[in-house]
Design a protein around this ligand. Structure first.
Ligand SMILES: C[S@@+](CC[C@H](N)C(=O)[O-])C[C@H]1O[C@@H](n2cnc3c(N)ncnc32)[C@H](O)[C@@H]1O
Length: 243
């Protein structure tokens, strides 16, 4: 689905599932990180207006609620750095976040600093994160351009330099299908390591490797034990379940 031209749009079921996932991740993420660090940062490069047409919260508000909950039980501070490329949506986002903050205590609001910025995700996001001194410190970045532009690789490269940074990127599954169909090398990247071309690499931690073991055993991913290389295979779920 392409993002419409209007300021708000209907929330589709995929978006509801994405928010659910985000909430489930951030609710434990914030208290765990706050138990070890005085300040942690959450950032979005494609923030949206903070609300959907039927009043459902957008991802920045979902995150804010998870953080307010964490700050009730933990000391420390949480910074939110939110970039939105449409001026009307950025203005709506600011008012949605102000409204959401009103429901929380003065102490929680004081320790939950929210900055919204109207601008292009890249380079605005990195500029703001640098200004705030957030790079290289505990940082979670949501890059949700779903239905919009591609995520600049240079942005991911820059964020990926810091071990303390986590990034969640959303994309439309149809893109992967087209990507695989269009280029023989890309399609071959979905084959086992012995046959895959070089260049299809990404670093993964030992913990991630072990959590991938179930995917590996069902044939959905291949992890080469001796190198930090992860190969994904596109599978047709329906075909797999009927075989
Ligand atoms: C999929 S929506 C974000 C939805 C939001 N993350 C949520 O879940 O509620 C993508 C947003 O990115 C904005 N956008 C598109 N291109 C952009 C760019 N280059 N830089 C910053 N924002 C952009 C759009 O205006 C739109 O509001």
């Amino acid at each position: 689905m392409a993002v419409p031209k209007t300021v708000l749009w209907d929330r589709d079921p995929h978006t509801a599932a994405k928010h659910n996932l985000l909430r489930k991740y951030l609710e434990p993420w914030a208290p765990i990180l706050l138990s070890r660090h005085a300040t942690i940062t959450y950032a979005e490069g494609f923030s949206g207006p903070g609300v959907y047409s039927q009043g459902e919260p957008g991802s920045p508000v979902v995150a804010l609620e998870a953080f307010a909950k964490a700050l009730q039980h933990r000391s420390g501070r949480i910074r939110m750095v939110l970039v939105e490329g449409d001026e009307r949506r950025e203005s709506e986002l600011r008012s949605q976040l102000d409204k959401a903050r009103e429901h929380h205590s003065a102490d929680v609001s004081r320790r939950l600093r929210v900055n919204t910025h109207y601008g292009e995700c890249h380079p605005t996001l990195l500029e703001q994160l640098r200004l705030q001194g957030s790079l290289g410190k505990p940082l979670f970045v949501l890059l949700d351009s779903y239905g919009g532009p591609d995520i600049p690789f240079s942005l991911l490269q820059e964020l990926g330099k810091h071990r303390s940074t986590e990034v969640m990127v959303t994309f439309q599954p149809a893109f992967l299908t087209r990507f695989g169909e269009a280029n023989e090398n890309h399609r071959r990247a979905g084959t086992p390591p012995s046959e895959a071309p070089s260049g299809t690499q990404c670093s993964i931690s030992r913990r991630t490797r072990s959590s991938l073991s179930s995917a590996t055993s069902t044939g959905r991913a291949f992890v080469e034990p001796a190198s930090p290389t992860l190969f994904f295979e596109m599978v047709d779920e329906e075909t797999m379940s009927s075989t």
